[in-house]
Ligand binder design. Sequence first.
Ligand code: DOR
Ligand code: ZN
Ligand code: ZN
Length: 424
Amino acid sequence: MRSMELVVEGECYISGRFERACIGIDGGRISAIARNLEGDRRIDFGSRKILPAAIDSHVHFREPGMTHKEDFGTGSLAALHGGVSCVLDMPNTVPPTTTMSALDEKTEAAASKSLVDFGLFAAVRPGVDIAGLAPRVAGFKLYMAGTTGDLLVPSLSSVERELAEVARSGKVLAVHAEDESLRRKDLASNLSDHLRNRGNDCEASAIRKVARAGEACRLHICHVSSKDSLSLALGQPNMTAEVTPHHILLDRDRPLGTYGKVNPPLRTRADRQALFLAFKQGRFDTMASDHAPHTVDEKKEDFDFAPSGMPGVETMFPIMLQHARDRHLALATVVRALCERPGEIFGIKKGRIDIGYDADLIVVDFMDGRDVRADDLYSKCGWTAFEGMPAVFPRAVMVRGELVMKDEEQAGEFRGRDVVTNGR
Ligand code: DOR
Ligand code: ZN
Ligand code: ZN
């Protein structure tokens, strides 16, 4: 029998169920799966479960320009401890990712600090060189409403040419779908006011508009948050849809104050329940965290001034694994939305335990749960809106066959790679 460079053994999640198996790994990729395999090195995880690591296709790691909130080192460390082996970073940094030099700067920061693999988004704005950027980005992002950063594109007619180029590039157009023209700017002092300013109609209208103007693009609607958007965003041709943990688990009635202030907003209980059900039924393509850290000091500002966004890259998969453990969600649904579909949509060979895929694996013990505590988390921001929620954190994480984290200890020398350019 041929000897693999590395063999990992345990209860492996393969084709929708757990089976005792060996995963053979060569050059960081899965090269064989069998009951027994020979390896130059061997790691036996015993009765622990081995699952694919998650791809979080929507994070804001804040580098460059806002590294007091997060940077690629801390953000990726948080990702790692949350079982995420690959992140796609959003372009609303300082400078924004809209030029080749900004992309260079961000790529360099990520390549030198990231402990997980990564891909970068560039933003669509009038005049952006879409064709030039396309080969180097995981996708393009369109902001239809004002939020953190100043990438707002208020009228889609101003980016007609750019959208045509995105379509031609074949890259995904990820959309922050809130209609700026329907957004109210009334003084907000709590989550209900914030919701009133960014109502369900605001999201629905933006989805309708981009479905028309971006018809030729591979549209991906980020963070669908309202029950009225479900029929517009789910099951549409040329359109995929993402949901976040906060929109299915939290609503405006939680006493979170500014810590619950996000865009799109936390909505009513009815919205949350409708989103949870749609997710449970497997109608969403992906779940992503929209990890958008701000510091505690920033969140301590008056409600109206406090920035929108909450961290989540570290808690998403662990909380969803707990939901699977408790049978509130099927594990297959969780793995599909967090691992498999993001890989398919963004063309990343990760997210499955299968031959030819990167050996990005997590090891979990479903009997070993622990509640989410801000003090235990690795994000620089130091807080979480999911405090106290039960979760199953991974005991070990592998990225391309390297054991990057085990029992809370991380291997310091590992560096993540750009999944679009492969570091070239
Ligand atoms: O709440 C949000 N925060 N929504 C966004 O669209 C941006 C994000 C951020 O970057 O802080
Ligand atoms: Zn957004
Ligand atoms: Zn975002």
